[in-house]
Design a protein around this ligand. Sequence first.
Ligand code: F6R
Length: 608
Amino acid sequence: MCGIVGYVGEQQAAPILLDGLGKLEYRGYDSAGIAVYDGENIEMKKSKGRLKVLNELTHDGETLPGTIGIGHTRWATHGEPSDVNAHPHFNEDRSIVVVHNGIIENYLKLKNKLIRKGYQFISDTDTEVVAHLLDYYYDGNPLRTITKIMHRMEGSYALGIMFKEHPDELYAVRKDSPLIVGHTKGGCVIASDVPAVLRYTRDVYFIENEEIVRMTKESMEFFSVDEEPIEKQSTHIEWDVDAAEKGGYEHFMLKEMYEQPKAITDTFSPRIKKNDVVIEELGMTDEDIKGIGKIMIVACGSAYHAGVTGKYVLEGMARIPVEVDVASEYRYRNPLIEDGTLVVIISQSGETADSLAALRMSKEKGAGVLGIVNVVGSSIAREADNVMYTWAGPEIAVATTKAYSCQLIAMYLLAMKFAKVRGTITDGELKEYIEDLKRIPDQVELLLNNKLRVQKFANRYLAARDVFFIGRGVDYAISMEGSLKLKEISYIHSEAYAAGELKHGTISLVEDGTLVLAVLTQEDLYKKMISNMVEVRTRGAFVMAVTNEGNDEVERAADYVIYIPETNRYFTNSLAIIPLQLFGYYIAVGKGCDVDKPRNLAKSVTVE
Ligand code: F6R
């Protein structure tokens, strides 16, 4: 996600800002900018693309003199990556400037209000609203002005702010987006994350929700939203710089697994309004939704697996026929696309060559295309008729975890929306599904915190040569994803099978010690699954099961069991995937593999 830095002190600000932004590059970004105040004017430089461009534009900061400034690396959410959408953002007379990390959820409402008051906007960002809102409420007192806008903004924010009338003061405030501040020799720094400040201080203050900081070169004061002063304790950071860039996690993959509760919440919460699912960006009326004759989901790899889950959930809940295809097959098989077919392309990067080609072909054949994409402004997002973003934030590890989890959530939201409109679920059922959805983040957290149990099991299987994942229904879909997670990062051969298919050939491969991971979360299929587990176990397999709490019967057919908390039959994939991700991860770590950059793989597959 976006990175924020800020500095006030005795030294030139720009080189410190650029250095800090460099340390936050790992968070992923598509544009960058800085604003520096020399006591007369606030000068700003920003540009789309890598930090290198900004360094060149500013001659490594030399062209922006001044000892107070703010900087930002942007990961686009509102508005495509571009120079004008890059941060910082000014108010109209350039007397207030802000950088922002997070999403102002009610920005449209605020923007419309400000437009009615005569404000003019030049960017598509939610952040520009903050600059104008500060201007609107500014009464000469920055602290009071900031508290006023805090009462009016909904969503998440970490902000760095400068006011021209207060040339020695730097302000920072946060709600639900990370922010730290620290003293340096002769100054203060702010940043989204520890690596940006480690060069200047190891004693930092973690800003809590709705706390405001006022900094000058000599002082640092903390305030509550009621403008009351607050006492805070600093924390001494021991991390080395490399570890800090991963937020203290050993690998990006583990960090991203731990980001799943937040990513899932960010993906569903803007689309749940009271007891309803509202997906404005679908661009479909109720009549359009009722007119859908078939859904074609097309994607690659893990995104395809999310689509397979989507098939079970959409058909089960909304009773719409769904076909799922891997994009590299779909694009060359001249698929039949009838009137009323909705094509859904799922992609984290939005740049996968086969998925993009599938999108273009679908449009040529006259289908309406919905993109489910993580990277804002990517090719698939731009070319789809409508785009529903997953809000996973930047994913650095090659093996997807949090983006995949958000794709599952997008599938559930679509199914709930379509089912409600087409009358295949009642209002009461929708309400229950929404309650279940809201519970998922905490349930995921719980499973992540139980990682030692999975690690213990994984450590026993570092020498495994073949692993089978089996399941039925949505559990088959999650078996595919579990199997891919394992093989792509640990290089252990593994396959996913629809459990009922085993005895049509593959069971001949099962021998003494073969590891089988069985997923059984569908109550009506427990008995069938247990029979399949007994079949492989009697042929010597060692069976680990992932099942629902309360399904104690599984113990008679499994050697090791991981229980997942209760949810409805459609959402279990979001929970069952956690132990499977952890299993793949710990096997790869145990084998000493390069977890974040597995051999032969690229994060974004932009060639065929
Ligand atoms: C596996 C993985 C890949 C991607 C696939 C599609 O962990 O990440 O299988 O899911 O390459 O990529 P996107 O979603 O960017 O289209």
